[in-house]
Design a binder for this molecule. Structure first.
Ligand SMILES: Cc1ncc(COP(=O)(O)O)c(C=O)c1O
Length: 391
């Protein structure tokens, strides 16, 4: 299926105002997402919040089906959350670690996850170990397999790290985890919406992701997948009467589905926006989205590499649509500000967001440009041409 850029852009109000190359920060919401949210907020104001939720009950229920379709999962394996971090934490902190348990992770692990590893290591005596990379900076599955023994309690990696284009071999890791019966927690935050994300192919037990990035949903949305068999043995670290109805004065009963990781009160407009964003991505097609992201980011990398004084830091043989670079004698914040003056949105990725990788590679603060399928070749070229005038 060919991608209809003009149509997709006509459904994206933001492209009239900015060259938006900050999709790894937050993608531009398409109009149907906006309509779903504004429509619901309007109904909340008109008839009341509870009443509007009642009226939209079928659509709200359908959000679980949409996320399940995106992931190739069952709807009872999906929980909705306010962001990926909370989704990830709820599953991670439900795992009962013992002294000496090993947590295997990757060098470019995201700060939020790593801080949680550190806290759990401090509390329980579990240990954190980094799986070595191959020569291209990609997690080495063979090295991972050699590390597995009876003390490995968890493999937890980020598929597409927050910067650097790297795409870790999530499915190869899943095959190893399955073979050895080790629980596998995958952070798919920067992958979802950018590439097909099927839990059966990935072989993960738990997957956490956000709505606002490449999925183009609203801010403050995320979701969690937990494989049914694991879910039934995981009690969330915090519970309320939605996750676990209070059935007798001295007893609660955990919900049988993944919604045991949710709480009672929610932002229903945001949930409807998330559901619409997922449907929209599925309508465009994740295969075509991935191919277009690959083309645009390759064009951007090639363009930037040709600009004198610009250094691209991306890793891997098949990098994702996150392009990170520095400019000689210019700070990343200054470059971002300069690009903003030309109407171009990018972000800055600081070393503390992937500290182990940053220290190993001596990374400075980097400019992060993240194109998406609705961007045009002209927009990419414009960024490159502004960079050529910088020095
Ligand atoms: C790799 C990765 N994981 C997790 C997160 C956290 O997502 P959220 O901000 O939705 O909690 C981010 C956010 O940038 C990320 O880049």
């Amino acid at each position: 299926m060919a991608i209809e850029i003009a149509k997709l852009r006509s459904e994206t109000p933001g492209v009239a105002h900015r060259i938006h190359l900050n999709n790894a920060g937050a993608g531009l919401m398409p109009q149907p997402v906006l309509d779903a949210m504004v429509g619901h907020l309007t109904r909340e104001a008109e008839i009341g919040g509870y009443e509007a939720a009642g009226e939209a009950a079928p659509q709200l229920d359908g959000v679980y089906d949409s996320v399940a379709r995106l992931l190739g999962a069952d709807r009872d394996e999906i929980a909705l959350a306010e962001n990926a971090t909370v989704a990830w934490q709820l599953a991670f902190y439900a795992i009962a670690f013992q002294p000496g348990d090993r947590i295997l992770t990757a060098r470019a692990e995201y700060a939020a996850n790593y801080v949680a590893f550190l806290q759990v290591a401090k509390r329980t005596g579990a240990v954190i170990e980094i799986v070595p990379d191959d020569g291209d900076g990609v997690l080495d599955p063979e090295a991972l397999e050699r590390m597995i023994d009876g003390r490995v309690k968890l493999i937890a990696i980020t598929w597409v790290p927050t910067n650097g284009g790297l795409r870790n071999p999530a499915a190869a890791v899943g095959r190893i985890a399955r073979r050895h019966g080790v629980t596998y927690l995958l952070d798919a935050c920067q992958a979802v919406g950018q590439m097909p994300t099927r839990v059966d192919e990935l072989g993960c037990d738990v997957l956490a992701a956000t709505g606002r990035k490449f999925l183009r949903g609203p801010r403050g949305t995320g979701f969690l997948y937990v494989r049914r068999e694991l879910m039934r043995s995981l009690e969330p670290p915090m519970l309320d009467h939605f996750a676990a109805p209070w059935v007798a004065p001295d007893r609660y009963e955990l919900r049988p589905d993944a919604r045991r990781f949710e709480t009672w009160e929610n932002n229903y407009a945001a949930r409807l926006g998330l559901g619409r964003a997922v449907d929209y991505a599925l309508e465009v097609g994740l295969d075509v989205i991935e191919a277009r992201c690959r083309d645009l980011s390759a064009r951007l990398r090639d363009g930037l590499r040709a600009v004198s004084g610009v250094r691209v830091y991306d890793l891997g043989r098949d990098p994702a649509a996150i392009v990170t670079f520095s400019v000689e004698n210019r700070g990343a914040d200054g470059v971002k500000a300069k690009l903003a003056l030309s109407g171009i949105n990018v972000s800055v990725s600081n070393p503390s967001s992937t500290l182990l990788d940053a220290e190993a590679r001596k990374l400075p603060s980097l400019v992060r440009a993240s194109p998406h399928y609705y961007n045009t070749e002209d927009e990419i070229d414009h960024l490159v041409s502004v960079m050529s005038t910088l020095r």
